[in-house]
Ligand binder design. Structure first.
Ligand code: C2E
Ligand code: CA
Ligand code: CA
Length: 437
């Protein structure tokens, strides 16, 4: 690819093609990585250009753009670079930001510079712009992802009729971007982009490890790390939910074989989405998976949220009953946040309640939360169910849970979710862990 002469020395450039611009950002970002610097990118769109072209002609439109770029240049510092990257689109690179606030200062200067009307060919014209901001290393580790996220932020600014927005992860689960995410998700299983992390669950009564919860992590080549709270709802709305769920169960049971060599009674818990319970076919798929990995039903635990059971309760209950009758333990996740009635609790084919972490995390400091935890522990025991407290973040909470007679605990204080290899080490070293060969 030919470099435009003066590419680096000029502050502004005429229009460049996308490849040249991508290459430029890649190089700048590379330099930034070497100096551990912060790199900011703004994608800027002029919203009213079409009207200007229609009303006054293309020549006026072109002159307006030139004048616009000039005004923006004036307020940028010497190291910042503005490049025209589309008909009505500019990209501004900030290769040496001091901090995130620095880019907002620049954004405000740009907006102020546009407050006065432009006077082009005797016409008085105001310009309306939208900007999307993404910053390295906060939002992305490589140039492709940075560009994508600045585009996503720009889309959000346009949709919300704002002058600018900074990229936030929640944006990628909102239309129209979830279409991008869904497209990426389609190939994610085949491309090995998902991994499971495992978080131990311990028995507080005899101080042993009874299981691990499998939590899915996704790193997309074009979007970077995307949290399960963002991608799971998109999977749930797509036709990927069965393949995805079966991937988690198969991967969990396959990897469990590694720790079962030394810790054969440590089960693996997998989260099930509500929608999967409406499909009875899942029962056979899960049983087949147990056979494939030579696992017993008690080696697998299925975590289902309260609200999942309450959407179409008849069908969900039937699916859960079959799984439970087969010998698989079912756990009600996030208990306390939903709306299950005691009448249902009596009928549910479950063996455990998991108290939502919002109550557990603060229970050592807030007596209201401690009371809720006590009530749920008693409730569970009255129904003959085990109870797990999740979200345990300190020793004081462990002490309190033991006093309340809570059976099991899980949380960052005991161990964070970790890759298989780390889990194997943890099981070998932790004081919670006993070998049962
Ligand atoms: P969840 O099932 O309630 O999982 C527990 C979440 O709490 C996990 O977040 C875990 O990392 C976090 N956590 C664990 N201990 C602590 C603690 O001590 N303090 C705090 N503040 N948080 C703690 P994660 O992994 O981000 O998962 C979020 C949610 O995404 C899960 O909530 C679950 O609903 C869903 N999810 C994750 N993986 C899967 C999956 O494979 N399938 C389905 N259907 N959902 C999944
Ligand atoms: Ca869970
Ligand atoms: Ca939970």
């Amino acid at each position: 690819m030919e470099k435009d002469p003066g590419f680096d020395s000029d502050k502004s450039l005429p229009a460049v093609n996308r490849d040249a611009f991508n290459q430029f950002v890649r190089e700048k970002l590379q330099a930034c990585k070497q100096t551990s610097g912060i790199f900011g990118l703004i994608k800027l769109k002029i919203m009213s250009l079409r009207n200007v072209n229609t009303a006054f002609g293309y020549q006026t439109g072109d002159r307006l753009l030139a004048e616009f770029a000039h005004r923006v240049e004036e307020v940028l510092s010497t190291t910042d670079i503005i490049i025209k990257t589309g008909d009505s689109e500019y990209s501004i690179c900030f290769p040496s930001l001091m901090n995130e606030g620095h880019i907002i200062l620049a954004v405000n200067k740009i907006l102020t510079s546009l407050e006065n009307k432009f006077s082009i060919d005797g016409e008085a014209i105001f310009i309306n712009i939208a900007m999307g901001i993404a910053i390295f290393p906060n939002h992305a580790n490589d140039h492709d992802i940075l560009l994508r996220k600045a585009d996503i932020a720009l889309g959000e600014a346009i949709k919300e009729k704002k002058n600018y927005t900074i990229f936030q992860e929640r944006m990628i689960k909102e239309a129209p971007f979830n279409i991008i995410v869904e497209k990426e998700l389609k190939t994610a299983i085949a491309n090995n982009e998902f991994v499971l992390k495992y978080q131990p669950k311990v028995n507080l009564q005899n101080r042993s490890v009874l299981g691990v919860e499998a939590l899915t992590r996704w790193t997309s080549p074009s979007l970077g790390f995307v949290s399960p709270e963002v991608f799971i709802p998109i999977i749930e709305k797509s036709n990927l939910i069965i393949p995805f769920t079966m991937w988690t169960i198969n991967q969990g049971l396959k990897q469990a074989r590694e720790w079962r060599l030394t810790h054969k009674d440590v089960s693996v818990a997998v989260n099930l989405s509500a929608v999967i319970l409406h499909d009875h076919e899942i029962v056979d798929l899960i049983i087949r998976s147990l056979n494939i990995w030579d696992a017993e039903p008690v080696d697998l635990v299925l975590e289902v949220t309260e609200s999942a059971m309450m959407t179409d309760p008849e069908r969900s209950m039937e699916t859960l009953r079959r799984l439970h009758d087969f010998g698989i333990n079912i756990s009600i996740d996030d208990f306390g946040t939903g709306y299950s009635s005691f009448a249902y609790l009596k009928k549910l084919p479950v063996s455990e309640l998991k108290i939502d972490k919002t109550f557990v995390t603060k229970m050592a400091k807030e007596s209201d939360d401690a009371n809720i935890v006590r009530t749920i522990v008693d409730l569970a025991h009255n129904f003959g169910l085990y109870v797990t407290a999740e979200g345990v973040e300190d020793q004081a909470t462990i002490d309190q849970l033991i006093e309340l007679d809570c059976d099991h605990a899980q949380g960052f204080y005991i161990a964070r979710p970790m890759p298989l290899e780390d889990l194997l080490n943890w099981l070998g070293e932790s004081h919670w862990s006993r070998k049962v060969a």
